[in-house]
Write a protein that binds this ligand. Structure first.
Ligand code: ZN
Length: 198
């Protein structure tokens, strides 16, 4: 075992480059035993207790379904988002009271992420089985977000359920993750229908 091996593990984390990874590895050496143990313990527990919801692929704690899917009083609509953080963000804003579908990524030719690596295949089935009345695509206004939104529109088109995409308010190139409450609200209020029959 050497520093390089530990750095390599830290580099797996999103947004961590080689220099930061090395700093983290050094930092790990400076921690008190108790602190380090607590850190490892939390990582392990999180892994055991938190999984992905079998229905919407949001985070689910100690259950097959997430809290939102367990709530059967919600509106029969689905917002499609990239990450569980997006769900959290929209829930916090209190502007939407339906269900979600979490892709856990975006289609990205640049990074070689194809639709089959995301949770897309079970979406059609959900829309049919759950009597969904409205679909809102809430991917970011980035190149990857647009590609994913176009793909979803093509896939879900023709089910007889209106499909919307979040509207203005969110800047082009903007990621949903970083949108504040007011921006999110504006984006929901100005959603527009996509993929109508021609
Ligand atoms: Zn769920």
């Amino acid at each position: 075992m050497n520093l390089e091996e530990l750095s390599k593990q830290f580099r797996r984390l999103p947004g961590v480059g080689p220099r930061t990874a090395e700093k983290m590895a050094y930092y790990w050496l400076t921690l008190e035993d108790e602190e380090a143990e607590q850190f490892v313990h939390t990582l392990e527990n999180f892994r055991h207790e938190v999984g992905l919801c079998v229905r919407c692929h949001n985070l689910a704690v100690g259950s097959d379904l997430c809290e939102i899917c367990n709530d059967n009083r919600r509106e029969k609509s689905i917002v499609i988002v990239e990450t569980p953080q997006d769900v959290e963000n929209i829930e916090q804003a209190g502007i939407y009271h339906g269900y979600y579908h979490v892709l856990n990524g975006l289609i990205s030719p640049r990074r070689g992420i194809t639709p089959d690596q995301l949770f897309i295949s079970d979406l059609k089935e959900r829309i049919m089985n759950e009597g969904i009345k409205q679909i809102i695509i809430a991917t970011s206004f980035t190149l990857e977000g647009d590609i994913t939104a176009d793909y979803l529109t093509k896939q879900l088109h023709g089910l007889g359920v209106p499909i919307y995409r979040l509207g203005a308010g969110l800047p082009v190139g903007g990621e949903l993750n970083y949108a504040d409450k007011a921006t999110l609200k504006a984006a929901f209020m100005t959603k527009h229908e996509v993929g109508e029959e021609e």
